[in-house]
Design a protein around this ligand. Structure first.
Ligand code: NAI
Length: 283
C-alpha cells in the first residue's frame, strides 16, 4: 500500500491539506491545479503548516523535509498520472465529469479515481468514465491534514475492492474512514446543512448577529459557530452544497440556500480564503 502513488487535483482549501497528509504518510504525491497561483499558495500553506508543527515539537526536521520532497506541483493535466487520484476541484458536476473523463483517458484502466465532493452524486461523476467501477468518494473534512473523519462513498458502479482500497488508504493516512451510501450530502453535510441554514435564517430575521449566534453555539459545546465555520469552508463551496441538496431534495424548504450567503458569494466575500466573509481575516 505505501508504494501507491497519489495525485491530488485542485490545490485549494482541501487539495493542499490532502496532499500534505498524503505526503506526510509516505506517499509520493502530485498536486495538480489549473492555476499556477493556486499551486504557489498551496505550497506556501503546506510549508507554513509543517514549519508550525516543527516549532511545536510535533514533527522532526527530517520528517518535514521528506514530506516536502514527496510533493510535486504540476499544472499540466497530462502529467496527472498516479495509482490513486483524489479530486478536490470546484463543486460543479459538469466540471468534475469533464475532469474525470480526462483523467480516465490519461491513466491506466485500474487507476482509482476518487472524489472529495461534499454533496454531488458519485454515480453521476462516474458517467463517461470507462471502467466506472474504479470511481469512489473519498470525502475529507476541513482542515484535511488534521480532521480524522473520511467518508468513503460507494456509487452505483463502485466495485467493493475500490472502496476497500480507499478505506485502507485513509487508514494509512491516520484517518478514521466510515463507509457511506451515495446520497445527497452523504451523512455529515446533510445533517450539518441545517446548522448553517437555520443560523442564517435567524440572522436574516434580524434575530441575532453572526457573532452572537457563533458565541452561543460555541458556548454550548460546538467547536465552531456556523458563521465562523462557513468562512473556514468557503462560502462558495458551502452555497454550492446547499444548492445541490436543495435540488436533490425537490426544493425542500429546509435546504433553501440563504440570500445572506448568495450575496456574499456574488461580492467575492468567500471567507478566510479571500480575507472577508461573514468576518474579516488578516491575509
Ligand atoms: P477551493 O475553491 O478552495 O479550491 C478549488 C481549486 O480547484 C482551486 O485552486 C481551483 O483553481 C482548482 N480548479 C478548479 N477547476 C479545476 C480544474 N478543472 N482542474 C484542476 N483544478 C481546478 O475549493 P475547496 O474548498 O478546496 O473544495 C474542493 C472540493 O472539496 C469541492 O468539491 C468541495 O465540495 C469539497 N470539500 C470542501 C470542503 C471545505 O471545507 N472547503 C470540505 C470537504 C470537501
Amino acid at each position: 500500500m505505501a508504494t501507491l502513488s497519489i495525485a491530488v487535483c485542485g490545490a485549494g482549501t482541501m487539495g493542499a491539506g490532502i496532499a500534505q497528509i498524503a505526503a506526510y504518510s509516505g506517499f509520493k504525491t502530485l498536486l495538480y491545479d489549473i492555476q499556477e497561483s493556486g499551486l504557489e499558495k498551496a505550497k506556501a500553506q503546506i510549508e507554513k503548516s509543517l514549519a508550525g508543527a516543527v516549532s511545536k515539537g510535533k514533527l522532526t526536521v527530517e520528517d518535514q523535509e521528506q514530506t516536502l520532497q514527496r510533493i510535486s506541483y504540476i499544472t499540466n493535466i497530462n502529467d496527472c498520472v498516479a495509482d490513486v487520484i483524489i479530486e478536490a476541484i470546484v463543486e460543479q458536476l459538469p466540471v468534475k465529469i469533464e475532469l474525470f473523463k480526462q483523467l480516465a483517458a490519461n491513466n491506466a484502466e485500474n487507476t482509482i479515481l476518487a472524489s472529495n465532493t461534499s454533496s454531488l452524486s458519485i454515480s453521476a461523476i462516474a458517467e463517461g468514465v470507462d471502467n466506472p467501477s474504479r470511481v469512489v468518494g473519498m470525502h475529507f473534512f476541513n482542515p484535511a491534514h488534521l480532521m480524522k473523519l473520511v467518508e468513503v462513498v460507494s456509487g452505483k458502479q463502485t466495485a467493493p475492492e475500490t472502496a476497500d482500497i480507499v478505506y485502507e488508504l485513509a487508514l494509512q493516512m491516520g484517518k478514521v474512514p466510515v463507509r457511506v451510501k451515495d446520497s445527497p450530502g452523504f451523512i455529515v453535510n446533510r445533517v450539518a446543512r441545517l446548522y448553517y441554514l437555520e443560523a442564517m435564517r435567524i440572522a436574516e430575521e434580524k434575530g441575532a448577529d453572526f457573532s452572537d449566534i457563533d458565541q452561543l453555539l460555541e458556548g454550548v459545546g460546538f467547536k465552531m459557530g456556523p458563521f465562523a465555520l462557513m468562512d473556514l469552508i468557503g462560502n462558495d463551496i458551502n452555497l454550492a452544497v446547499s444548492q445541490s441538496l436543495y435540488e436533490a431534495f425537490d426544493e425542500a424548504p429546509r435546504f433553501k440556500p440563504s440570500i445572506l450567503q448568495e450575496q456574499r458569494v456574488k461580492e467575492g466575500k468567500l471567507g478566510r480564503k479571500t480575507g472577508l466573509g461573514f468576518y474579516r481575516y488578516e491575509q
